[in-house]
Structure formats: structure tokens, C-alpha cells
Design a protein. Sequence first.
Length: 308
Amino acid sequence: MSTLKTSIQDKIGNFPRRLEDESIYIMREVAAQFERPALLFSGGKDSITLVRLAQKAFFPGKIPFPLVHIDTGHNFPETIEFRDWLAKETGAELIVRYVQDSIDQGKVKEESGKYASRNVLQTVTLLDTIEEFKFDACIGGARRDEEKARAKERIFSVRDDFGQWDAKRQRPELFDMLNGRISVGENVRVFPISNWTELDVWNYINEEHMEIPSIYFSHQRQVIERDGMLWADSEHLNKEADEIPFEAIVRFRTVGDMTCTAAVASNAVDIDVIIEEILSAEISERGARIDDKRSEAAMEKRKQQGYF
């Protein structure tokens, strides 16, 4: 067996359980320190992992806060189907709010052009949802290894009364002391898997035998090629005349809005092979997210405005 293959086998199924312990501790701290927390749920692997952690944190009781999904209207159908199944399976309350409603109310304007997306627009819908339900803590699945701006976050990340984030106002987090004290109107974004990596998430899913949306595995679908990447053919894409759909065998490494999430060519039909792909990948997980590439500081600017 080659050295590379040996290294891959060493990584598979090697999830450090101390990370699970830390995340469960954070979940329980949220329940203890806040009055109206919620779990922001996208239907992707990270938020699915959060649901499993919440189940373990509060077993044998039910998850004591709702799952909140901001639906752009341009999501993958497989993700929406999985979202509804998981909420029913776990008995968790599911709250869904729609970007289309924000557009209809004139609060945001639909983008135009080749790269038009609703991904940025969901910030307004999210902030309105936080205000509607008076959530004081929103649990998210961001990890520090995903993107530079997310590496600046604390586990308890305070947002002001406008939902805005200021990296310079982040609180120190000494040892495992999490400070949830906030002023009226403020809320906190909480990141229980902040110290996990993409590989940790996949190893955890593997060890826990968790269900995930089918689009994470290799499948055949209609795609177009754009900027050297493969995009799921969809009525939501503003295609140009030379962007002709064709059949390809692909999977999605990350799940977001269909208009900003590219696929990767892959034959990975199980998680062990996905882990092998990750270990040999030359681009990061979010390298397939066009919304992160709009500018060098795209993610940080969106976070400052109240983004997830």
C-alpha cells in the first residue's frame, strides 16, 4: 500500500471526540445563558451536524430551540426535501422564512446579470426573522477553516442592535468561559463547530452513520460549464447563449444557493471516497462558492451587514 493510501486510511474514521464534547458543552451553554435561541439550518452537512450535536446535548429530551431556514427560493430541491424530513424525524420545530417575501415587500432588489444570486439578499430576511421571533442567540455551522473572515469569529460572536458584526469588538474567550451577556437589542451568533475542520465533519458523519442530502454523493445531472466550474442547470441561472447544458457525473462539496454553488466532477458514492477526495483536493471547500469571490473581502463585508 502506498504512503498516500496509508495516510488516507489513517484519517478515515479518526474523529477526535473531544471536539464533540466541546460542541455539546457550547450547546448547553446556549440553552442556559439565552432566553430565545435558534439553530440556523441550511440543509448542508455542517448544520446537519449541529442538529445531531443538539440531539446528544439534550437527550432524552427534544431539541429545545427551533431550526430556522432562510429559503432563497433557489435552493436545491434535494436539500429542501431533506430539511423537511429531518425536522419530522427529530421532532424539532421548523421555521422557514422566504427571500421572495423580502423582494415582494420591496426590502431587497433582485440582482440581474450573469452572476445574479439571492445569496446576499437573505441577510435582510434573516435579520427580519431574528426581529420577528426576538432570537437572542443564533447557532450556526461556520468553521474557522472555511474562509478568512470566519477565522476572526469567536464562538460567541456579538451582533449589535442592527445585526452588524465588528471584528474589533470581539470578546476574549479564555479557556472555556463563554460570555453571553448582551445589551437590549443585541444578539449573539454561536459557532459550536468553530474548531472543527471539513475533514472532522465528514469523519463525524461517517462514524455517526448520519443521513445527508443525496447531492453530496456522485450522481448524474445536467450542468453547464462557467468559469472553469460545473454548475447545476437551473431556471434560476442567467445562462448565456454559449452555456449549453450537458450530462455529467458530479457531486457537491458544499451546499448553498443553486446560483452560487458549483459542483465537482466526482465518482464518490460513499463517504470514505469523499474523504479521500478531500485529502487530495487542490482547492478549498468554498472554492466552489462564487459568492465568496466577488471581492477579496466579500464574506467579511456580508458578515458586517448581518450575514450568517
